[in-house]
Design a protein around this ligand. Structure first.
Ligand code: F6R
Length: 607
């Protein structure tokens, strides 16, 4: 979602601000802007669309100030045009904002009654006008921000630059992340440490409700009550900053190819290969004592949780309830104290997932989070943390984070099965061996890329695509459909294969490819029957299976992707590679912006 950058520098900062914004591009945006102070006067430049449009405008009319703020905007209130782009400014200040001010209409009415005229349709301008109003009443910038923040409802991060204040930036965080970077006689603000990586590896994360006054000499942080507080300064390992495409055309391709390595790294963290044991992180509970497990997440992370439901129920006989976080947070599910909720999130900042976590905590539950960004809010607020070691995921469509989430969840399900006495030592070893074999199988699956690329040309002709699967291949069918629609904009649906005849079979014709994910597992025969139903109605099938499955299905398909043989328990990790490559090549063939699909944001910090 929106990206925020602020720099107190020694020379003109506009170029640095734009460079830092580029590192936040992966979050998704549709307009961008920068404001600086020149001789104490606010100057600003904004542009609709990509950062190159902003750069073009800046090259024609450079901003020269040594203090500045910048923003990439993902529209929530108001169209993604230049007028609504940030920074928003009044005669007194400029402000950039990530998130939503929920009570902006009420505040706007109050200001309009005082005669304030608004230029934009955004909630952000209300913040600019509220602080301006306080300044006009004679308050200092510090006091004006201090009186405004408690009036704002919602989840947001803000950065302010004031007319005439060449050595002061103010940042605030309430629900959306904000980090402070410490330089040598320079200071920085950013939505995440990745944005600040070219300038510093010394970072302080604001806590929820904190606001901070930055000068070139340092930072003073206050909590929501206005009391000065200390927050630790951390050295961010340089490895977490690596954000280049390497030899790949897109981040998504790079991240698909990284999977054998990062999934291997993640598995190594959670299993003792020599002993053949799953080793969960230190947990403040035992799986043995649980009667029910709840899982909550959004999008791809939710599908990882859905796969895990099959694993926990089968391997650990632990009943699992799973829901998308946007529903979980509001449906007031009865959660028993002392039981466990697992939240899954790549970014660790997804607003709905964070709200689910807080709800589960409020019900006295243990919360275990599976996150990729270990400095994120979700990671910090969870009672227990199980990190995925995927490294920064830049492509908006989640790939390597998904398979790393699966690796963590499977290792936890195995550990749970052992603790609950469902699995014996030999079964645990067999499952751990299967998990340890995954990186090699993924490498093998990647070797099928050329064939998948050819099949993608067929998929690219379709207007609609159906994905089918049973058992753990059902969530994978949902994930396959999500991947395809988000980057190629082809309409796709995932269905449990057995549900076909309860409705979707009416859609079958020779124009809609049906992608069947069917490893030769215990439900393979059933899925083959469903394929026959499709074939009998003239449907065109693309089968993703293994050698045995391909031989046994013996069906007229327009393509068969043969995956390496694997233990059915790990097939979701291995088959994920094929469905990712298929979506990727379809979108590339269609000329779509694979890494930054329209309307999407990497980190969804609003509801
Ligand atoms: C799809 C995708 C999204 C995310 C979802 C949750 O490819 O990336 O569906 O999975 O927005 O995001 P996180 O995992 O950051 O909570």
């Amino acid at each position: 979602m929106c990206g925020i950058v602020g720099i107190l520098g020694k020379a003109a900062v506009a170029t640095q601000v734009v460079d830092a914004l580029k590192r936040l591009e992966y979050r998704g945006y549709d307009s961008a802007g920068v404001a600086t102070l020149e001789n104490g006067r606010l100057t600003r430049c904004r542009a609709e669309g990509k950062l190159r449009n902003l750069e073009l405008k800046l090259s024609e009319a450079p901003l020269t100030g040594a203090i500045g703020i910048g923003h990439t905007r993902w529209a929530t209130h108001g169209r993604p045009n230049e007028v609504n782009a940030h920074p928003h400014a009044t005669a007194k200040l400029a402000v950039v904002h990530n998130g939503i001010i929920e009570n902006f209409r009420e505040l706007k009415r109050e200001l309009e009654a005082k005669g304030v005229v608004f230029e934009t349709e955004t909630d952000t301008e209300v913040v600019a006008q509220l602080v301006t109003d306080a300044l006009q009443e004679g308050r200092t910038p510090l006091e004006a921000v201090g009186t405004t923040l408690p009036r704002l409802r919602g989840a947001f991060a803000l950065a302010f630059l004031f007319e005439g204040e060449a050595d002061q930036l103010i940042g605030a965080r309430h629900g959306a992340p904000l980090a402070i970077g410490h330089g040598d006689g320079e200071m920085y603000l950013g939505s995440d440490a990745l944005a600040l990586a070219p300038f510093t590896d010394q970072v302080t994360y604001l806590e929820d409700g904190d606001w901070a006054v930055l000068t070139r000499a340092g930072v003073t942080i206050r909590d929501a009550g206005g009391h000065p507080v200390e927050r630790p300064r951390q050295t961010i390992p340089t490895g977490s900053f690596i954000a280049s495409k390497g030899n790949h055309r897109h981040f998504m391709a790079k991240e698909i190819y990284e999977q054998p390595e990062v999934v291997g790294r993640t598995i190594a963290h959670y299993v003792d290969f020599a002993a053949g044991r799953a080793c969960p992180p230190d947990l403040p509970f035992s799986f043995r004592d649980l009667r029910r497990l709840s899982i909550s997440a959004c999008g791809t992370a939710y599908y990882a949780g859905l796969v895990a439901k099959y694993w926990f129920e089968r391997l650990a006989r632990l009943p699992v309830e799973i829901d998308v976080a946007s529903e979980f947070r509001y449906r007031e599910a009865p959660l028993d104290p002392g039981e466990l909720t697992i939240v899954v999130s790549q970014s660790g900042e997804t607003a709905d997932t964070l709200a689910s976590l807080r709800y589960a905590k409020s019900q006295g539950q243990h919360v275990l989070s599976i996150v990729n960004v270990t400095t994120s809010t979700i990671a910090r607020e969870s009672g227990a943390l199980a990190p995925t070691l995927a490294g920064p995921e830049i492509g908006v469509a989640s790939t390597k984070a998904f398979t790393c989430q699966l690796a963590v969840l499977l290792s936890l399900a195995i550990a749970a099965g052992r603790q609950r006495g469902v699995l014996d030592e030999a079964e645990e070893r067999r499952l751990v061996d299967a998990l340890v074999g995954v990186p090699g199988l993924m490498s093998e699956a990647l070797r099928g890329e050329a064939e998948i690329e050819l099949l993608a040309r067929e998929i690219a002709k379709a207007k609609d695509v159906l994905y089918l699967g049973r058992g753990t291949s059902f969530p994978l069918a949902l994930e396959g459909a999500l991947k395809l629609k988000e980057i190629s904009y082809i309409h796709a649906e995932g269905y449990a294969a057995g549900e076909l005849k309860h409705g979707p079979i009416a859609l079958i014709d020779d124009a809609m490819p049906v992608i069947v994910i069917a490893p030769s597992d215990a439900v393979f025969e059933k899925t083959v029957s469903n394929m026959q139903e499709v074939a009998a109605r003239g449907g065109r099938i693309l089968l993703v299976t293994d050698r045995r499955g391909a031989a046994e299905a013996a069906m007229d398909t327009f393509g068969t992707v043969v995956m390496p043989d694997c233990d059915p328990v790990v097939s979701p990790l291995v088959y994920a590679v094929a469905i990712q490559l298929l979506a990727y090549h379809t979108a590339v063939f269609m000329g779509k912006d694979v890494d930054q699909p329209r309307n999407l944001a990497k980190s969804v910090t609003v509801e």
